[in-house]
Design a binder for this molecule. Structure first.
Ligand code: SF4
Length: 344
């Protein structure tokens, strides 16, 4: 089987986006493409990080993968089958793929106890048969809270969000997702609102869930340092497209796309790269540049290296291919093609 662009699929993919476009109309009446042809795949038991600045389309991609946003074209597949957006189809998806939102304080209902918050999904999805409901539900809630590191669970059942720390709130959200025994967890900026000391704990928890429960995890983040600590594979997004993808080691130790290099150069833990300050306009999905969409901000065009390689015109005018989600290290850049073709 092959993707619409002709590349092979990632073996054993649980959830995939294939050639996904999401279009919308801005307030000023302009058509915009938040996603402009995206292929990504994730397997059970692996952590995929989707990284990029604000405006890159990463959150729209997460919403599309969980069925909250319907693609304008392209499709999302669960174990090779296209999603159906019927109530039944979405219910099936959400029982297997759960999303953890970024702001736990805003996501938790202040009037619900911890127990009610964690049990909400179970009740919605009616995971528990009605006659034994109360006992089984309590067992599921208790198990999910323990897995999320809220121990002993019973002591926290009747607490309200305002009585919890930031880390505990995030764990309650994760427990709510785990209560449905999903195969994949989709976490949007899971630690961005937390103190540094708690961030490590939540990341360790996500890795533990992958290891102990064999769960797949998709982490959406602007933070390449976070991706480095947690991900097996990375997809770097810019203005609605994946511009570089591969294993974490490939992408972060040998970045090929000038955008990935610029993002990496400002990660404090990585000192080998000269800091690159990106200039030019902030990405605007209603005005996607011709040629390479990164060209107005590309350091390789600004410093003359694209000109010397003879690809400056191509950068400004020649479109680049959609990267297929094969799991291999791939980059959408004319300069990389020239450099890769050079001997040695
Ligand atoms: Fe820069 Fe050209 Fe590569 Fe785009 S294609 S990232 S403009 S060198």
């Amino acid at each position: 089987m092959s993707s619409p662009e002709g590349g092979p699929l990632l073996e054993g993919a649980l959830l995939e986006a294939r050639g996904v476009q999401v279009e919308f109309v801005t307030r000023s009446g302009h058509a915009a493409r938040a996603l402009d042809g995206v292929d990504v795949s994730v397997r059970r038991g692996e952590v995929l990080a989707i990284v990029g600045e604000s405006g890159s389309g990463k959150t729209t991609l997460a919403r599309t993968l969980i069925g909250l946003q319907r693609p304008t074209t392209g499709e999302v597949l669960l174990e090779g089958r296209p999603l159906t957006y019927s109530t039944r189809g979405l219910r099936n998806l959400r029982s297997r793929v759960q999303m953890v939102l970024q702001d736990a304080s805003a996501s938790l209902n202040p009037r619900q106890t911890v127990y009610e918050s964690v049990a909400e999904g179970i009740r919605l999805h009616k995971t528990v048969a009605s006659d034994e409901q109360a006992r089984n539900e309590a067992e599921l809630v208790s198990a999910a809270m323990a897995e999320a590191g809220l121990r002993p669970p019973e002591r926290l059942f009747l607490r309200y969000p305002h009585e919890l720390s930031g880390g505990q709130k995030q764990r309650v959200l994760i427990a709510g997702a785990l209560a449905l025994r999903p195969e994949l967890l989709l976490a949007d900026e899971p630690v961005s609102s937390l103190d540094a000391s708690i961030r490590g704990e939540i990341l360790a928890l996500l890795l533990k869930l992958r290891q102990e429960l064999g769960m797949g995890v998709v982490v959406v983040t602007h933070d390449l340092g976070l991706a480095w600590n947690i991900a097996d594979r990375i997809a770097v997004m810019y203005l609605g497209r994946v511009v570089e993808c591969g294993t974490t080691e490939e992408v972060l130790t040998a970045p090929k796309h000038p955008y990935t290099r610029a993002l990496l150069s400002v990660v404090p833990e990585i000192e080998e790269l000269e800091p690159v300050v990106l200039t030019g306009e902030v990405p605007d999905p209603s005005r996607i540049p011709t040629g390479c969409r990164f060209h107005p901000r590309c350091p390789a065009l600004a410093d003359g290296s694209a000109e010397r390689a003879g690809i400056a015109d191509a950068c400004r005018t020649a479109p680049l291919e959609i990267l297929p989600a094969t799991g291999l290290h791939r980059v959408a850049c004319h300069l990389d093609r020239v450099l890769s073709a050079q001997p040695g």
